[in-house]
Write a protein that binds this ligand. Sequence first.
Ligand code: FAD
Length: 383
Amino acid sequence: MKRRDFLAAAGLGGVALATQGLASCATGPKLYADKTYNISRGYQFIPKLKLSKDRIIKETVGLRPFRPSGPRIEKVQLGNKTIVHNYGHGGSGWSLSWGTGNLARNLVKETYEKKIALLGCGTVGIATATLLQESGYEVTIYTKDLPPNVTSNLATGTWSPASRVCDKAKATPEFETVWEDATRFSFRRLQMMLGVDDIVQWTDEYSVHKSIPTSTDGNGGKEVFHIEGLAPNWNEISRKDHPFKADLVRKRSNMIFNIPSYLNFHLNNFLLRGGKLKIQEIKTLEEIDALPEKVVVNCMGLGAKSVFNDEEIMPVSGQLACLIPQTEVNYKLTTQGAYFITRKDGIYLGGNGIDGSWDTTPKRELTEKWIDILIDLMKDMKG
Ligand SMILES: Cc1cc2nc3c(=O)[nH]c(=O)nc-3n(C[C@H](O)[C@H](O)[C@H](O)COP(=O)(O)OP(=O)(O)OC[C@H]3O[C@@H](n4cnc5c(N)ncnc54)[C@H](O)[C@@H]3O)c2cc1C
């Protein structure tokens, strides 16, 4: 495949053609304006990762709550209770939490009740509870577990609103409109968190490939939709301007979420504003019926499967390995077979997704494979 075909296959044809002119005629001013461009070196300096097996401090496997038709955002009547569902966000729950939380809030508003029970305390539950509070509702969160013992704590934490959000062949045509509404709402809301204890940050992201990537390379994020113009596009960087030994290098800016501080911040705010929290596992619909509130918002992620007998929802497992934080490294990188993201609490290596797997045991050999791939990449990199 030629470079132009590759860009077209990657959905970048228009963007790349539009930016190609810019890159070739404006290389000097554009790059000199970039703080990391080093005149004496003649290329953009990028700090290297410290990679060794003794720097691994944590390995986890999280289960993405995936529904082929997309997240369930729906109001249903169950006896005397109104249930508002907001679960099943696949690999995009961090990114979409505010947007689907807003859709769930709109459904709650149709009920005219003021006291709300909210099930679940992951990123989706916390965002939805916050939005309900902002609209004057008295919210009690009922949850089996709190952060850090929730799936949301096992995520990479990057802006990826279309990652495994549905199977396009199984979602309704209307779903894309719902997704776009949620994505735009979330994007706006996340910009308001910039500068607040670094819970949300913009960072550089590189895609580094020696040969044309296939669909199974990289992080396999499986982004199924795209909104042109919402977040910055990829820009190709020419060989002489970057330190990697690779021909296909692209760069863009992307948002990351510093997961532990983010969840802590929003949960503390919820409590400060008078929100209530009860540790309670819900196993049956009868237990929901026994709650004092008439309106129940369900943000239990994969936990909704057994309680609401949802046959569609399934796990897509994903392993992450965390290395000791390196404050000087603040970018994200994707390459053939591995990616990493740098957060305040560590350097997170990842790269997989196994459909239907409930196995949460990390595989050391997978972590070591990612480390080896990245060692190879870093050793060839100009310092
Ligand atoms: C490896 C990996 C990487 C990811 N990377 C990203 C990313 O970069 N960007 C992104 O946007 N998304 C990402 N995701 C997806 C994201 O993590 C999920 O979509 C999101 O965490 C789902 O949030 P949630 O609040 O619905 O679920 P959870 O975090 O699972 O929260 C569910 C809550 O419900 C409670 N609960 C469950 N069952 C019961 C019960 N029976 N009774 C009472 N309470 C119950 C739980 O205790 C918990 O509090 C990733 C996921 C994985 C696994």
